[in-house]
Design a binder for this molecule. Structure first.
Ligand SMILES: [Zn+2]
Length: 138
């Protein structure tokens, strides 16, 4: 990718990040449980019906993993927060990728420019030396 294209893409990413709504990291799991009480539908010998589904949200923050139950009425909102976080992560990961490549490219371009300048300077110095040495042979 060209430097200009990379810079443009970073600007696009910034624009998209601004639009991200509520977010949170983690994953949501559905669980069905057995309560263990006798004569409960969950342990019925024929067609047992487990309790639930219950929704458990698990996430890792600052190296600590946590999980908590989520009320059914919040499941939709939580799913959307989780999706927003994924989007956020994908965008920032792409930004970092491009930032690293961009930094490398700029450094390389700068070196090329310096190499050109150094080469021109060396040629000039050689030319001067050449004149001098010719002078000395006289
Ligand atoms: Zn039960």
């Amino acid at each position: 990718m060209q430097i200009q294209k990379m810079e443009k893409r970073i600007e696009e990413i910034k624009g998209k990040l601004v639009l991200i709504g509520e977010m949170r990291p983690g994953s949501l799991n559905e669980q069905l449980t057995v309560c263990g009480r006798s004569n409960c539908r969950c342990t019925a010998p024929k067609k047992p019906q487990k309790h639930g589904p219950y929704y458990q949200l698990s996430y890792v923050h600052q190296g600590k993993s946590t999980s908590q139950f989520v009320q059914k009425e919040w499941v939709g909102a939580v799913r959307s927060q989780l999706a927003n976080y994924k989007h956020f992560k994908a965008l920032t990961a792409e930004w970092v990728d491009i930032a690293l490549t961009l930094a490398k490219e700029k450094l390389r371009a700068d070196k090329e420019r310096h190499k050109g300048e150094t080469l021109a300077l060396e040629q000039k110095q050689r030319a001067i030396r050449g004149t001098r040495s010719r002078d000395m042979t006289r």
